[in-house]
Design a protein around this ligand. Structure first.
Ligand code: FAD
Length: 455
C-alpha cells in the first residue's frame, strides 16, 4: 500500500506525526510539497519567505535522500496536484497537518471531498504546528479563550504527547516526477540580512539557544540592542521545528529563562486558537471599537515615512529599518512601531499588518494579524487604549542607544541618551544631522486617539 504525506507548514523530519503515520501504515510513501498558486494569488508569496522556503525545501529533500527517499514538488492548485500525485502513485491515503486559517481550512475540506471521490482517505493530524491543538482547552461557555492568562494556566496543565524521532528510512515509489526545487539565489528582492532556512539550521539554532542563551531570556528579552531572543520564529512559521519538541526541550532545560520562553510559545498557540474560532479576525476587528481610521489617502505621507523608517522618532525608525534589512524585527520593536502607526498616527492596523507581511520572514496570519489587533486595541488586549510612548520605550528598552545607533547611522555620533530625542540637541548640532524632523507631535497624536476612542 502507498501513502502521500503532504507537507505544508511543517517542513521537517523530526517529530512529524503525519509522516510517522504514513510510514507506519504503508510500505511506500510519497513526501509531497505543493507550491499553492492560491498563496501567490493572495499576495502572500513575498521574496523573504520564498527564499527561506527554498532553503527549507532543499534541506527537507536532503534529509529525505539521506534516508533513501526524496521530496516531490509540484506547483499549481493544491487540491488538483495532491489528487494527481495520489493517482500517479496509486495511493490509498494522504496524511497532512491541520491548520487554522480560513484558507487552510477551505483547502482541507476541498481536498477531503476530491480525494474521497477517488476512494482515497485523508488523515489530518493535530499538534504538528501547535503544541496544544486549537480547541483542546476551552473556557466555560465559549469555543476559545479571549484572554491569555487563563488560557496559559490551562495550556500549562495539558499533557503533551512525546516527540517523535526522525524516521530512519523513507521508501518513495519510482515514477512520481517532481518539478525542480526552488533556489534561494534565484529569488529577487530579498532582505540582505535574511536568516538561513531549513530544519538543520533550525535545530542548530535551537540547541545553541537552549544551551547558552535561554537562561538570560527572562531578564533580557526586551533589550533591543542585546538581541537576546531566540529568533526561532521563522522556523516555527515554516515548521522546521516542532512546537511540541520545543516545549519539551525548554522544560527540560528548566529555570526562569526557559519558563519565560515557554510562555511565549504559548502565545503562539493562543493566537491560533483565536483564529481557529474566529477566522474572520484575519481581516475584521476581533472587537469593534468603532474606529474611523485615517485613510491611506489622508495619511499617505505618514504611512510612507513609517514604512521607510524616517518618522523622526529614532527607535521607531531603527525598528522599521531592521525589518527591511533582516526581514525580521525584535518583538519590542514590533510592539512600539505598531502602536505608533495605529495609535499615534491613527492609521488602520490592516495597513501596518500588510506591510509587516510583505517583509517578515516569520510573517504569519495568526501571529501577525492578532498581534496587530492586540496592539491596536481591537483584539485581545485587556487594556485596549494604552498607547506606547516611543521616547519612554526607547529609554527603557534601548537605554544606551545601541539599537538606534546600529540601525540609524545618521545618529551614530550622537552621544548618550540624546540619541533618542535629537530634536532636543543644540540647534547647530541638530542642523548637522541628516535626520528628519518628527512627523507628528506625540501629545497631538494622543489627543486624537483619545477623542477617537471616546475617552
Ligand atoms: P522569542 O522571544 O524567542 O519567542 C519564542 C517564540 O515564541 C517565537 O519564535 C514565537 O513563535 C513565539 N512568540 C513570541 N512572542 C509571541 C507573540 N506575541 N505572539 C505569538 N507568538 C509569539 N510572530 C510571528 O511569528 N509572526 C508574525 O507575523 C508576527 N507578527 C507580529 C506583529 C506584531 C505587531 C507584534 C507585536 C508581534 C508579532 N509577532 C509575530 C510576535 C513576536 O514579535 C515574534 O514572534 C517574535 O518577535 C519572534 O522573535 P523570536 O523568535 O526571537 O521570539
Amino acid at each position: 500500500s502507498i501513502s502521500v504525506v503532504l507537507f505544508t507548514s511543517d517542513l521537517r523530519l523530526h517529530d512529524h506525526p503525519p509522516l510517522r503515520a504514513a510510514l507506519d501504515g504503508t510500505e511506500w510513501t510519497v513526501p509531497l510539497f505543493v507550491r499553492d498558486r492560491a498563496v501567490d494569488a493572495a499576495g502572500f508569496a513575498v521574496p523573504n519567505r520564498l527564499a527561506f522556503l527554498a532553503d527549507c525545501l532543499r534541506d527537507l529533500d536532503t534529509g529525505l535522500r539521506e534516508r533513501g527517499g526524496r521530496l516531490v514538488l509540484r506547483e499549481g492548485d493544491l487540491v488538483d496536484q495532491v489528487g494527481k500525485v495520489a493517482a500517479e502513485a496509486d495511493a490509498d491515503e494522504v496524511h497532512m497537518a491541520s491548520d487554522v486559517s480560513a484558507h487552510a481550512r477551505r483547502r482541507e475540506e476541498g481536498l477531503r471531498r476530491a480525494l474521497e471521490a477517488e476512494g482515497v482517505r485523508l488523515h489530518v493530524h493535530d499538534t504538528v504546528t501547535t503544541a496544544v491543538a486549537p480547541g483542546a482547552v476551552t473556557p466555560a461557555g465559549s469555543d476559545h479563550f479571549a484572554v491569555f492568562t487563563p488560557y496559559f494556566r490551562r495550556w500549562s496543565k495539558e499533557r503533551l504527547r512525546d516527540p517523535l524521532r526522525a524516521p530512519r528510512t523513507v521508501r518513495v515509489p519510482e515514477g512520481v516526477g517532481s518539478d525542480p526545487l526552488p533556489v534561494r539565489g534565484e529569488v529577487r528582492g530579498l532582505s540582505e540580512g535574511l536568516a538561513e532556512g531549513g530544519e538543520e539550521a533550525g535545530r542548530t539554532r535551537l540547541t545553541a539557544w537552549l544551551r547558552h542563551r535561554v537562561s538570560a531570556y527572562e531578564d533580557r528579552h526586551d533589550d533591543l540592542a542585546g538581541d537576546a531572543t531566540s529568533r526561532l520564529s521563522p522556523h516555527l512559521h515554516f515548521g522546521t521545528l516542532s512546537p511540541v519538541e520545543l516545549v519539551h526541550r525548554a522544560r527540560r532545560a528548566g529555570g526562569p529563562g526557559a519558563d519565560a520562553f515557554v510562555r511565549q510559545l504559548a502565545w503562539r498557540d493562543f493566537h491560533r486558537q483565536v483564529l481557529a474560532s474566529r477566522p474572520d479576525a484575519a481581516t475584521a476587528d476581533y472587537r469593534a471599537r468603532h474606529d474611523h481610521w485615517r485613510s491611506e489617502r489622508e495619511a499617505g505621507e505618514d504611512i510612507a515615512a513609517w514604512k521607510e523608517g524616517r518618522t523622526g522618532y529614532p527607535v521607531v525608525d531603527a525598528a522599521m529599518r531592521q525589518l527591511r534589512h533582516e526581514g525580521w524585527m525584535h518583538n519590542r520593536g514590533r510592539l512600539l512601531t505598531a502602536s505608533f502607526l495605529a495609535k499615534t498616527l491613527y492609521v488602520d492596523w490592516r495597513v501596518g499588518a500588510r506591510h509587516f507581511l510583505d517583509l517578515l520572514v516569520d510573517g504569519d496570519i495568526a501571529n501577525n494579524q492578532l498581534n496587530w489587533q492586540w496592539v491596536a486595541g481591537t483584539g485581545t488586549d485587556t487594556r485596549p487604549n494604552r498607547v506606547l510612548n516611543p521616547v519612554a520605550q526607547a529609554r527603557r528598552y534601548d537605554p544606551d542607544g545601541g539599537y538606534v545607533r546600529r540601525w540609524v547611522p545618521e545618529l551614530a555620533e550622537v552621544a548618550g541618551r540624546a540619541v533618542h530625542e535629537p530634536w532636543r540637541l543644540p540647534d547647530d548640532e541638530r542642523a548637522g544631522l541628516d535626520y528628519p524632523d518628527r512627523i507628528v507631535d506625540l501629545a497631538e497624536g494622543l489627543t486624537r486617539f483619545k477623542r477617537a476612542r471616546g475617552r
